[in-house]
Structures are given as structure tokens and as C-alpha cells.
Design a protein around this ligand. Structure first.
Ligand SMILES: Nc1ncnc2c1ncn2[C@@H]1O[C@H](COP(=O)(O)OS(=O)(=O)O)[C@@H](OP(=O)(O)O)[C@H]1O
Ligand SMILES: [Mg+2]
Ligand SMILES: [Mg+2]
Ligand SMILES: [Mg+2]
Length: 357
């Protein structure tokens, strides 16, 4: 029987909840000069930095020997030009860390009213995310805001955290503050532990829920070509959407695709809101990052699905900070997954013929 990682699960859920509260409040107050453009031209906001500082602070207090592969680093905040940004990140992170103890939280985690941190503490916490990853040992991977562009548009984004042990994702937590539910409310947390199922929990902790908080179990439902739809990126630079169209046609899909940013796509798949997550490389040599797929992959697998590259091979979380050469990502329920891999092969043949003409 696989380990339950119950302490890790409890801490990870609490850390993601605090980070979700932080990012939601940042969105409402965000001003234009609080966003930077990174070297790879992607945006990063005070929310990304502060959320990484909060989650890493909690992880470092509770699991001091665990390395962290986090998306952000503190270089831009330490630069002379980063003074106002830095002050804002420190204020936001401290506001989050000093908020009252929530149900299921423990003061020894470094949260609660007396837990004010210095600027250097928080910048160092962000840089705890600089681990290179690799094949062996325990490590966490964090995307403090996945889908920053979606976050800036007021659409979907996710706070994503996973525990990887010897290159296998054992625990995944995805906080989706903007994800709509059928009852008209917004926001949910998704959590999966390898061998122990995938669950949806409320975004805010309920009274009296502690270590054994389980939530609603998720199972990917069966689909027919009539009910099937594709979950895909919003940003055209992130996935080859023209290829998705071919695959959808070959599968006989009639419903239009659902476009959403971030690992909210994996969460939507796990709870049956969509049938296939398909992400094909655009051909620029971009390597997918482990924090963009680790929590989503265990969530979908524990909901009964399969996550692979476009050739049907497993994603390799033991290569470092990236998944290596990019063969795309396909996630779906078991029956649908096999059909999608087959359709991808046929779509590639079609594409080769078209290019040969
Ligand atoms: N060229 C390219 N190809 C593939 N993926 C890329 C590329 N550039 C960036 N990224 C990563 O995409 C992450 C968000 O992408 P999503 O597909 O989930 O959302 S989106 O609809 O595309 O915005 C996004 O995550 P965040 O940086 O956390 O927002 C990036 O890690
Ligand atoms: Mg980013
Ligand atoms: Mg991301
Ligand atoms: Mg991010």
C-alpha cells in the first residue's frame, strides 16, 4: 500500500489556501507597475513572488530538509529597480503569514499572528525554490501562479504544489480561486495522493476539518464523441491549436474546445468538465516545466485517467526543472486517452502529407 503522506497533504493544502487568499486579494488591488516582464517575455506579478515566499516559508518550516523547485527567484526584487516591488511583496507575504491560524493549521508551521518576517527572510524563502531537481530523493515543486496571463485577465489561474519522490509525483495540490462551480460559486482546491484518490475541497477551510479532511472524490466520467470536448490553452504561443482541431475532427468531436489558462485544465478534466487536455508543442524548442504538470498529472491519474506525452509515453519528472525534449502532453480518461494517441498519429500523417504538397 502506498504511503498516505498525510502530514505533507495537510501542510500543502493549508499553504496553497493561504497563497490563494493572497493572490485573490492582490488581483483586486493590482496596479500597472506591479507586473514585470521576465527574460523569456512572460509576465510575473507581485502576487507570484509573494505567493512563492509564503508557500516556501511554510514548507521550509515544516520540512526543512526538502528542496523546492519553484518557478520564481528573487533577482528582479533585489535589483535597485525593484525596491517598490520588493516592499510590496514583503507586505503581501507578511499579511498572509500573519493572518490568524486557520482550522487544520499548526503554529509550528510559521503561520499565525506573531510570524512577521524580514525582507531578507522572504527573499531567501523565494530562493529556496532554486533547486535543480533530479532523479532521486524528495522534493517539492511550486508554481505560485500558474497561468499568470489568465490571472491578469481575471480568468483562470492556479496555485500549484506537488511532492515528488524519486521522480514520481506522490502528492499534488491545485488551488483554483476563479474556477466556477455548477452552484454558481467560484473557487476550489484539488488534491490527490498517489494510491489514495483525487478530491475536491472548498477553497476556504471548513471549521473542524483537520488532518482527515477528505472532500469530494473525483472520477473521470465516460465520454462519447457527442459529449467529448478538448481542454486547451488560451495563449496561442503555448500550444499548437491548429493541430488540436485536426485531432478533434478525427475523434468525431462536435463540441467546441474549452480554452482556459493554467492547470485548472487538469482540474476540469479530473471532475469531468472536459474530456481531453491536449497540449502540442509549437515548435520553438520550449521545454515544459515540471511545476506546470506535476500536480495536474497525479490529480488526473488518481481520478482514473492517463497522462502521457503525445507518443503515449509517461512524462519524466526526474530530468531536472524541465520535462526535457517537448513531445507535448495528453491527459484523458483511459478509453479516451488511447483514442487520442491514435488520432494524434493520424493527424501527424495528415500534416506530413500537407507539408509535402
Ligand atoms: N512557449 C511555450 N510553450 C508552452 N508553454 C509555455 C510557453 N511559454 C510559457 N509557457 C508556460 O505555460 C504556462 C501557462 O500555460 P497554459 O497553457 O496552462 O495556459 S495558457 O492558456 O497558455 O496561458 C505558463 O505558466 P506560468 O508562467 O506559471 O503562467 C508557462 O510556464
Ligand atoms: Mg510564469
Ligand atoms: Mg505555470
Ligand atoms: Mg507561474
Amino acid at each position: 500500500m502506498s504511503l498516505t503522506y498525510s502530514a505533507e497533504r495537510q501542510v500543502a493544502v493549508a499553504a496553497v489556501r493561504r497563497a490563494c487568499a493572497l493572490t485573490s486579494s492582490v488581483f483586486n488591488k493590482l496596479v500597472r507597475n506591479e507586473t514585470l516582464t521576465k527574460d523569456d517575455k512572460s509576465p510575473v506579478t507581485v502576487g507570484d513572488f509573494a505567493a512563492q515566499a509564503v508557500v516556501n516559508t511554510i514548507l521550509s518550516r515544516t520540512f526543512p530538509h526538502d528542496p523546492i523547485v519553484g518557478e520564481e527567484d528573487s533577482n528582479d526584487l533585489r535589483a535597485d529597480t525593484g525596491v517598490s516591488l520588493r516592499e510590496r511583496v514583503v507586505a503581501l507575504a507578511n499579511e498572509s503569514l500573519t493572518a490568524p491560524l486557520q482550522p487544520g493549521e499548526d503554529e509550528s508551521w510559521g503561520v499565525g499572528p506573531t510570524q512577521q518576517r524580514t525582507t531578507e527572510d522572504l527573499l531567501a524563502a523565494i530562493d529556496r525554490g532554486n533547486y535543480e531537481g533530479g532523479r532521486s530523493g524528495r522534493m517539492w515543486t511550486l508554481d505560485p501562479i500558474d497561468g499568470t496571463k489568465g490571472f491578469l485577465r481575471g480568468e483562470q489561474y492556479a496555485v500549484c504544489l506537488a511532492l515528488i519522490v524519486d521522480a514520481r509525483v506522490e502528492l499534488g495540490v491545485i488551488g483554483c480561486p476563479n474556477l466556477p462551480s455548477p452552484d454558481g460559486t467560484r473557487g476550489a482546491i484539488f488534491v490527490a495522493t498517489r494510491g489514495h484518490g483525487a478530491f475536491q475541497l472548498p477553497l476556504a477551510p471548513a471549521e473542524s476539518l483537520a488532518t482527515d479532511e477528505r472532500g469530494e472524490r473525483l472520477r473521470i466520467p465516460a465520454f462519447t464523441p457527442e459529449t467529448l470536448n478538448l481542454l486547451e490553452s488560451v495563449e496561442k504561443a503555448h500550444a499548437k491549436l491548429s493541430f488540436n482541431e485536426k485531432v478533434a475532427r478525427l475523434l468525431g468531436v462536435t463540441r467546441p474546445p474549452t480554452r482556459m489558462d493554467s492547470q485548472a485544465k487538469y482540474a476540469a478534466l479530473a471532475r469531468g468538465d472536459g474530456g481531453v487536455y491536449l497540449r502540442m508543442p509549437v515548435g520553438t524548442g520550449y521545454k515544459e516545466k515540471i511545476w506546470d504538470h506535476a500536480p495536474g498529472s497525479v490529480l488526473v491519474e488518481e481520478a482514473g485517467g492517463i497522462v502521457s506525452d503525445s507518443r503515449g509515453r509517461p512524462l519524466d519528472f526526474g530530468l531536472g526543472r524541465t520535462l526535457g525534449e517537448n513531445f507535448g502532453v495528453v491527459a484523458a480518461g483511459k478509453e479516451v486517452h488511447a483514442k487520442v494517441i491514435e488520432a494524434i498519429q493520424r493527424a501527424k500523417e495528415e500534416e506530413a502529407k500537407e507539408e509535402g504538397q
